[in-house]
Design a protein around this ligand. Structure first.
Ligand SMILES: [Zn+2]
Length: 412
């Protein structure tokens, strides 16, 4: 059912070096309708490798998108942090590039219109491209964002260009890592971008991933972890030059790049130059940089399961917050399930009433934390720590404590 890659997803090299093996895990976003499903849950191998030829870090299995995204439940607008982040970015690009009714912004994987709505409100033409029809419907109905139901790639890009729907600004946030045909996606960006247009891409950055032990962001939807070194090489091979690159403190640490059309050997003009040098200095293009990752994840497992096990033996009640994909990886890989945790709280009404993959914990509304008052709550969505702790003041004032698992186990 899955496809194991024979060569690097970017450059095709067959010489891939193993970094971490997480064994067989269920699909991290495949929530269950009941704690006792009639069908056994499918599991798939989850292994991470490094390509010495182009520096791309990637997983080895590709689960077909029709299985992965069949019942997609991630709505960007459920997070206040995401909405604020999107608004700030749109305002910045409107000002910097003087966008108005004569310009068009395209977004691949536009989700529920969380980003394009801010351009639309400022009079700029927008078009979203979103593969999940239920999510696209929300963008159209609730935010007035025209949305085409499609996967972005070579064919979709060519169709848009043929219709004259090219982009002054092209966005792709947190989608590049999900794309099996990486080369088709980047070629598509070149196809839809106007000659003076800019592509703004955000993708998980390999440095915080490695340096903060964010192993739980590995799941079957997340095919790649990018360095600027790997992206620069990939984009140049499709006639796109990355001038600027910056770090964004979201989803555990993302890299945001600004790319334009240009000859493959054109020099970068902006901040990308310094960041590329910093990556070379850190050894991001060498296997040795990744060699200790597996041992560090094992040390994290021992610390966290030791703490939770001790609390449980002392008679404490435990729950978790965040029925996220990364939570699924952490619970399944570390073997933390119903014997330890009573439930998982999550703000998404789409997830409430369902059960977590593999571990089969009931998903309930966040208000349940203050009502049921578990002594400790494992924060699975540690990337939204500040937002969630602020929302859970009542629980915390009543004595509830959060256990933050990444990058180091902390009780707050
Ligand atoms: Zn490669």
């Amino acid at each position: 059912m899955t496809h194991r890659i024979l060569g690097c997803r970017a450059c095709g090299s067959p010489d891939l070096r193993p970094v971490l093996d997480l064994g067989q895990t269920p699909l991290a976003n495949r929530l269950l309708p009941s704690a006792h499903p009639a069908e056994p849950e499918p599991t798939f191998p989850l292994g991470l490798v490094f390509c010495p030829a182009c520096s791309l870090v990637q997983i080895t299995e590709t689960v077909p998108p029709e299985i992965l995204f069949a019942d997609y439940v991630y709505f960007s607008s459920f997070s206040d942090t995401m909405v604020a982040h999107a608004r700030a970015l749109a305002e910045r690009l409107v000002a910097e590039r003087k966008l108005g009714p004569g310009q068009r912004v395209l977004e691949a994987a536009s989700n529920d219109g969380y980003l394009l709505q801010h351009y639309r409100q400022r009079g700029v033409q927008v078009l979203g491209i979103e593969p999940a029809s239920n999510v696209a419907q929300v963008a159209v109905a609730e935010r007035g964002v025209p949305t085409r139901v499609a996967f972005f790639g070579r064919a979709t890009a060519q169709a848009l260009a043929d219709e004259g729907l090219t982009a002054d600004v092209f966005h792709a946030h947190n989608v590049l890592a999900h794309v099996a045909d990486l080369n088709g996606f980047v070629a598509g960006i070149h196809t839809v971008l106007k000659p003076d247009g800019v592509a703004v891409i955000e993708a998980p950055y390999v440095r915080p991933f490695v340096e903060k032990r964010e192993f739980d962001t590995i799941y079957h939807e997340h095919l790649c972890y990018f360095s600027l070194t790997a992206l620069d090489r990939l984009f140049r091979s499709h006639g796109l030059i990355i001038d600027d690159a910056e770090l964004v403190d979201i989803h555990g640490g993302s890299l945001r790049i600004f790319a334009r059309r240009g000859a493959a050997d054109a020099p970068a003009r902006g901040s990308a130059v310094g960041l590329l040098q910093a990556e070379r200095d850190a050894g991001v293009d060498q296997f040795e940089y990744y060699a200790r990752f597996a041992a560090e994840v094992e040390r994290l497992r021992q610390t966290l399961t030791g703490l939770l096990g001790g609390l449980k033996r002392a008679g404490c009640s435990l729950a978790a917050y965040g029925a996220s994909a990364k939570g699924s990886t952490l619970l399944n890989v570390f073997g933390i399930g119903a014997g330890v945790l009573d439930f998982v709280a999550d703000r998404s009404t789409v997830k409430q009433g369902k059960f977590t993959p593999g571990t089969r914990l009931p998903i309930v509304a966040p208000e349940e934390l203050a009502l049921r008052r578990p002594d400790y709550c494992l924060l699975l969505t540690w990337n939204f720590e500040r937002e969630i702790l602020a929302q859970q003041t009542e629980y915390r004032l009543a004595g509830g404590r959060f256990v933050v698992p990444i990058p180091d186990v902390r009780v707050v």
